[in-house]
Design a protein around this ligand. Structure first.
Ligand SMILES: NC(=O)c1ccc[n+]([C@@H]2O[C@H](COP(=O)([O-])OP(=O)(O)OC[C@H]3O[C@@H](n4cnc5c(N)ncnc54)[C@H](OP(=O)(O)O)[C@@H]3O)[C@@H](O)[C@H]2O)c1
Length: 288
């Protein structure tokens, strides 16, 4: 299949390029394809004769989205509409990557695919606007919600925890934010399988199980062999201008019916911790 990936230089974009090796893939970065330009998106689809677009580009900076909601909406909402309408016009499907943050986190149990959405921050509202735009575009679509991405090629949560633990000798971990850590390689492989099914619709694909930020940090440190305490704190202790959902764990019901599941998050994290990105970081820091 000829697959166009938006946001090709992002964390997931890079993992997708690795996972989709059996396909012909074009994955332009932001500089080469800006999804806020409807014309550029249509042209990219036409020139490549794409058979599907995996739309992984997004404005992912939650704090910046809170400061400038219109700009976040322009990319995550209207930009996603541009991609979905261009796909509909070319009669090809779009796979839009969405977020756990379309939920408010108050359910008290994992979210099913058809649970009511209610975003509580500007980033979440902009991702929800993207979902609506994709559904309204009139073409075939997959909407795939995921959460807490980390993986190769980027300093994400595990790397930041190790760096901070080694620099400060102490950490604070949030207890009132729970979701599922998801390794980008696992999500990319699952997405690759999903788009080959032709079973369009709304899906949840996240690492199996869930934890708080504090538990995630503790597991990173345990696997890294770093003995540093993690003090329990609340989101409000950081004085951030936005709230994250308290528990936005996603239940992967529909993909599981198709036989598509992701590994338990601890198992995936253990694999990531054995990659050179982490082992070299630990060794370099220990040598200081
Ligand atoms: N990261 C998470 O924890 C998480 C959780 C749930 C869902 N998601 C969703 O998963 C998808 C992939 O996330 P990710 O972690 O891979 O994010 P990422 O690493 O921030 O990658 C997103 C990419 O999109 C690009 N981009 C931004 N604005 C663009 C525009 N107007 N046109 C084209 N490209 C643009 C960015 O380029 P520049 O950096 O050059 O602007 C970046 O390379 C996103 O849809 C995100 O909302 C992420």
């Amino acid at each position: 299949m000829r697959i166009l990936v938006t946001g090709g230089n992002g964390q997931l974009g890079v993992a997708l390029q690795r996972s989709l090796s059996g396909h012909e893939v074009r994955a332009p970065g932001h500089g080469d394809l800006d999804v806020t330009s409807a014309g550029a998106v249509s042209e990219a689809i036409e020139l490549f004769r794409a058979e599907i677009v995996i739309h992984a580009a997004a404005w992912t900076d939650t704090a910046a989205a809170e400061r400038d909601p219109a700009a976040a909406l322009a990319v995550n909402g209207e930009g996603s509409g541009n991609v979905a309408r261009a796909c509909a016009a070319a009669a090809i499907p779009v796979a839009y990557v969405s977020s756990n943050e379309v939920f408010d986190g108050e359910k008290g149990a994992p979210y099913d695919e058809d649970d009511a959405t209610h975003a509580i921050n500007e980033y979440g509202r902009s991702k929800l606007a993207g979902e609506e735009a994709v559904q309204e575009a009139g073409g075939d679509f997959y909407i795939v919600r995921t959460s807490w991405l980390y993986g190769p090629g980027r300093t994400s949560f595990p790397e930041k925890i190790i760096e901070r633990a080694q620099a400060d000798g102490a950490l604070r971990g949030v207890t009132d934010e729970t979701a599922s850590p998801t390794w980008t390689g696992d999500l990319a492989a699952a997405l690759s399988r999903l788009i080959s099914t032709g079973r369009f619709g709304l899906y949840h694909l996240a690492g199996e199980g869930s934890c708080s930020r504090k538990e995630w940090a503790e597991e990173v440190l345990r696997l890294a062999g770093i003995d540093v305490p993690v003090a329990a704190v609340k989101q409000s202790d950081f004085g951030l201008p936005f709230r994250k959902p308290v528990d936005s764990t996603l239940a992967n019901n529909r993909a599981a019916e198709l036989g598509i599941t992701l590994r338990p998050w601890r198992e995936a994290l253990a694999g990531h911790m054995r990659t050179p990105q982490i082992t070299e970081l630990i060794a370099a820091r220990a040598a200081h």
